[in-house]
Design a protein around this ligand. Sequence first.
Ligand code: SF4
Ligand code: SF4
Length: 426
Amino acid sequence: MIDKKFNYTAVSDDCIKCGKCKSVCTIFQINQDETTSPRGFIDLLGAYERDELELDKTAKDIFESCFLCTNCVEVCPNDLPTDMIIEQVRNDIAKKYGITWYKRAFFFLLRNRKIMDLLAKMGWVFQTCGLKINHDKQSSKLRLNLPIEMIKDRTLPFADRTSFLNSYPENVTVNNPKMRVAIFIGCMGNYAYTNIGKSLLYILEQLQIDAFIPKKQLCCGAPAYFTGDFDTVDYLIKQNIEYFETFIDDVDAIIVPEATCSAMINTDWEHFLHDQPNWMKRARKLAPKVIMATKWLEDNTELKALLCTKEKNIKDIVTYHDPCHAKKMQNIHKEPRALIGANYEIDEMSDPNACCGFGGVTMQSEKYHIAKEVGLSKAKMINGTKANIVSAECSACRMQITDGLGRTQSDVIFKNPIELIADALR
Ligand code: SF4
Ligand code: SF4
């Protein structure tokens, strides 16, 4: 039995109902309904704890409509953890209503890398039968356009022939290395967007840094955490902690080219383990060495100076989207811009900090109509710039933004900043 980290009534009592969070709330901007706003969620959770509100299907629907974007946390004068109390109640929802079969199947695969590898390989073999693949945009569309909201006209990622983790040896070394870092690649970077890892290895080689690719790394647990499947989260975190401890003293950092995985490992693992002090201590010890790739490269290497010796790319114009888990959770926004800006013109969109609307597995499946609306708004912002490339250090944002751009018939393509940097170095 997991002890609850947050007391909903205490959070609700601390809410001064100032309403500052409403105007920035991703779901409130769509629904314009106080019930699905940060202070609405907080109020309802207080009532739920006092047994004045049943966790019925309406309440479930309300609590599952939060994008966990943390926009509200950023502006709240009392720093109320709306995102974390929603994550907490989603575990109650999962216990009461169970977890849908396809999410259970997905989380089973996240726990079992070998079976996931096999399925990804089979997916690669057969995907051309069902998918029209666009290699330039690293995306695909279903050949059969079924009239189902969740998949109709949807732009999707596709599996690469070989995963990143299975493409390289465990140690990728250089002569006279200056440092040694481990790479945590994330599930989408491992199976779909494999050029991110390839580009990162190229950058490290140019900087004379040895790369260690920990082959037994598992998913960071974020998809299961946002869905309330705490058994899966517990399993993944502990497996990863035990494994990371075997090499953490031999590397300068574990670098992660994915905002969500990085924030999950260096921040949310500790929150999740709040009632398991020994494990929490172990997670806390690892956390300072787990850093987003652009942040680590900008702070610890001569990468920017090296980029400045390269040609300025006047052909491509980039607009940068701030992933919620990068800017709001880790305060990382200047570093990717500093590195990209060395070689590319940057044209900022009207609100780079606005959530793209990915929102997690439930939002992408059962509530896709809301995710789609937020994604369209982000795509319009991107299309309003001069950019032909949109970048963000997050593959969940990539999947969502590519879908939004597809719906607006945009020619803008998505690249992770690590891919842009490697292109500039080449
Ligand atoms: S996390 Fe985002 S969507 Fe959820 S309540 Fe806060 S601002 Fe709204
Ligand atoms: S900003 Fe914070 S204190 Fe103000 S209404 Fe929102 S949650 Fe409550």
